[in-house]
Design a protein around this ligand. Structure first.
Ligand code: SF4
Length: 454
């Protein structure tokens, strides 16, 4: 576990690690610190990556509170099954801690496979079961031969670190136990893996048609709307495309080391980023014909998108936005806002990688004061006032801050209900920002109460 942890926090695939000396590489990127699990522990992070695989069962080996902690808190959508909606847990008690609970785990796996007939079972370790030394890898191996199904251990005790580290634990289980265990029916030309896209609010369904129009085949999605089988033959793709850089670059790097699949980091937020990502895919596929096709396709799509944006652009132009989100969103959404003619006051870096922060700084031309490392409710409200912000883009928890300040708000985090990727997503984002900015509720909220005008 210690060795695995060291490897995962020192991900060689990260840009900043590539320039380090061997001695520096032995030091962790960001060591877990007390409080690092606030906002999601490593177990939670592992589930974020794997739960979208809805034709597989997900069994949490731990107290029932671990299951409740993260149950149903993501807006991931799927058409391949509904097993991600079941809260399977071994629900271990004090007696199990004293006597051991491996037997209970075995029985639980057998029960799930008999009753629900999943394609596979992912078994997650949690703080308590890791601390009492349960050997879930051995149990999974033993039961797998009995039930004749893949039973995949996910070593993800919450105390190991943050949600992002848990993403890497899940990625590690995928590469170690799943990839390379099945053969696809066929591998069409231009086949890619899409890594780090979880189909939140259906964003994958905005990206898929673009790839399809260009003849790029999505062989394996990791893991939005993915089947277990497609994870198993991801080694057959020609290129891996990583969408969320921090979370799953380790999968792409391991696929490169093991199967020589080149990878790139990209984003489908904003028209410029979409085009750049598509061109990078064509580059790695060594397909010049595809490149010319992309140039033409993107030009047409951009023209059509601007036509659709026409009613919203006058409302959005020049509006000041405070962005308080995390990870890849902290820089990618900036490109969208820029294309819509909006001004970003600051962007949060709380859950961002060093690469994410570099990209935010690129946007602000190196201005460090545009970064927002921490932000509680009071800080956010003060910034809104200080800069006369018109709009807050943040996660659902910050909705109440916006309500208190009576300013327009849009949820752009994982629990959001609207999808903002690709060309269609640009229009959707513009529409929802324009709706909230022009909502008549703010006129009422900012007007005086009847007893104040008397
Ligand atoms: S794995 Fe640990 S930190 Fe995470 S929910 Fe369970 S007990 Fe809490």
């Amino acid at each position: 576990m210690r060795l695995k942890l060291q490897t995962l926090v020192n991900e060689p695939g990260c840009d900043h690690n590539q320039s380090k000396t061997d001695k520096q590489k032995k030091e962790a990127c960001k060591k877990p610190t007390p409080g690092a699990t606030a906002g999601g522990c490593a177990f939670d992070g592992a589930q974020i990556v794997l739960l979208p695989v809805a034709d597989a069962a997900h069994l949490i080996h731990g107290p029932i509170t671990c299951c409740g902690h993260s149950y149903n808190n993501r807006g991931t959508r799927t058409t391949v099954g509904d097993l991600h909606d079941y809260g399977f847990t071994t629900d271990i008690s004090e007696m199990d801690i004293i006597m051991g609970s491996e037997k209970k785990l075995k029985e639980s796996i057998k029960y799930i496979t008999e009753k629900y007939r999943p394609k596979a079972v992912f078994v997650y370790s949690t703080c308590v079961t890791a601390m009492i030394g349960e050997d879930i890898a051995q149990v999974c191996k033993d039961v797998s031969s009995e039930v004749r199904l893949p039973v995949i251990p996910v070593d993800s005790p919450g105390f190991a670190g943050s949600k992002n580290l848990g993403n890497k634990f899940a990625g590690n289980s995928i590469v170690e136990y799943v990839v390379g265990t099945k053969e696809p029916e066929a591998v069409p030309e231009n086949s890619i893996n899409l890594i780090g896209e979880y189909n939140i609010a259906g964003e994958l369904w905005q990206i898929e048609p673009i790839l399809k129009d260009l003849g790029i085949n999505l062989l394996s999605k990791m893991t939005g709307n993915a089947t277990y089988d497609e994870l198993a033959y991801a080694n057959k793709a020609q290129v891996s495309v990583v969408i969320c850089s921090r979370a799953l670059i380790s999968i792409a790097r391991q696929l490169k080391d093991k199967y020589e699949i080149p990878y790139l980091e990209g984003s489908f937020y904003s028209m410029k980023q979409t085009k750049q990502t598509l061109l990078k895919i064509a580059e790695l596929l060594k397909n010049d014909e595809l490149k010319s096709k992309i140039e033409k396709y993107c030009a047409e799509k951009e023209e059509a998108t601007y036509a659709e944006l026409e009613p919203y652009l006058p409302v959005l132009k020049g509006k000041k936005v405070l962005v308080y989100t995390g990870g890849v969103k902290s820089w990618s959404v900036l490109h969208q806002l820029e294309e819509l003619g909006m001004e970003v006051i600051k962007s949060s870096t709380r859950k961002s990688t060093e690469e994410d922060i570099d990209r935010i700084l690129d946007h602000f031309e190196g201005d460090q004061s545009a970064l927002m490392p921490k932000g509680d409710g009071r800080t956010i409200l003060n910034l809104i006032k200080e800069h006369n912000a018109h709009l807050l883009l943040a996660g659902g928890r910050n909705m109440y801050n916006a309500m208190k300040e009576q300013i327009p708000f849009l949820d752009v985090n994982q629990e959001r209900h609207f999808a903002f990727a690709g060309y269609e997503g640009m229009v959707e984002l513009a529409r929802h920002m324009a709706y909230t900015l022009t909502s008549p509720v703010f006129d009422v909220a900012h007007s005086k109460a009847p007893w104040e005008v008397m």
